[in-house]
Design a protein around this ligand. Structure first.
Ligand code: IPE
Ligand code: IPE
Ligand code: MG
Length: 237
């Protein structure tokens, strides 16, 4: 029996929490809470399938422009769930990392992110990369600054800067995304991991994130496995 092609790195834009809740006559925040519950189950399923890295979009830099009550709710949800789930991730051997800028996150939220990273640092059963206060263009700019710094200090030469080596300056030095999924029917990238998705297979579903369960992921995986994947001629990390 041949093992089917499992993507090494999956990206997931978890969209539609608000609309999911509104359709049920509930507050948008209820959708965020149910999205968090869903992520725990679906992420475990995806990593158990043999995917090595799962990058999820939890909060974009632009999301700070939402109404204060919604932002406050989300920050509180992050803080409590990161603390609460340390045990869960350690038990499931999942290493959690975060991508994004620090400012303007509060110290308490940032500390809970660092704590979750530290507590799961030795886990080797898969990586969950949570993009929080994240922007794809900002990641490229921040990587460019690191490269400029290394060049200035004489650590690297101009010819060391290549498409492949650029990945080493991204927030978590993760390789290219093989399969990118966006839920809730929106057909855009919203500034998600722009450098890493240059040759990703794209999968869009109308299902809102709180309903994106194990079966829904398996359908995305099946679609991926039935494609003719060339990855073009660009050398990926
Ligand atoms: C995604 O769901 C979660 C976050 C952006 C934090 P949305 O909150 O964008 O839900 P919709 O798209 O408005 O339904
Ligand atoms: C993208 O969703 C960010 C997250 C899923 C966290 P948005 O709902 O914020 O994206 P836009 O504003 O519709 O493009
Ligand atoms: Mg949305």
């Amino acid at each position: 029996m041949t093992t089917k092609n499992i993507p090494n790195h999956v990206g997931l834009i978890m969209d539609g929490n608000g609309r999911w809740a509104t359709a049920k006559g509930r507050e948008r925040t209820y959708g965020h809470y149910m999205g968090y519950k869903r992520l725990k189950k679906t992420a475990t399923h995806i990593l158990n399938k043999g995917v090595k890295i799962l990058s999820v979009f939890a909060f974009s830099t632009e999301n700070f422009q939402r109404p204060k009550e919604e932002v406050d709710y989300l920050m509180d949800l992050f803080l409590t769930s990161f603390k609460k789930e340390i045990k869960y991730f350690v038990q499931n051997n999942v290493k959690v990392v975060f991508s994004g800028r620090k400012e303007p996150l509060s110290d308490t939220v940032y500390d809970s992110m660092k704590e979750l990273e530290m507590e799961t640092i030795s886990c080797d059963g898969g990586i969950l990369n949570i993009c929080l206060n994240y922007g794809g263009q900002a990641e490229i700019v921040d990587a460019s600054k690191l490269i400029a710094e290394s060049f200035k200090n004489g650590k690297i030469k101009l010819e060391d800067i290549t498409v492949e080596s650029f990945y080493n300056y991204l927030y978590n030095e993760l390789p290219a995304i093989d399969l990118l999924i966006r839920t809730s029917g929106e057909l855009r990238l919203s500034n998600f991991m722009l450098y890493s998705i240059s040759y990703s297979e794209l999968y869009f579903t109308n299902t809102c994130f709180p309903d994106f369960d194990e079966k829904e992921f398996d359908e995305a995986l099946e679609s991926y496995q039935n494609r003719n994947i060339t990855k073009g001629t660009i050398k990926q990390k």
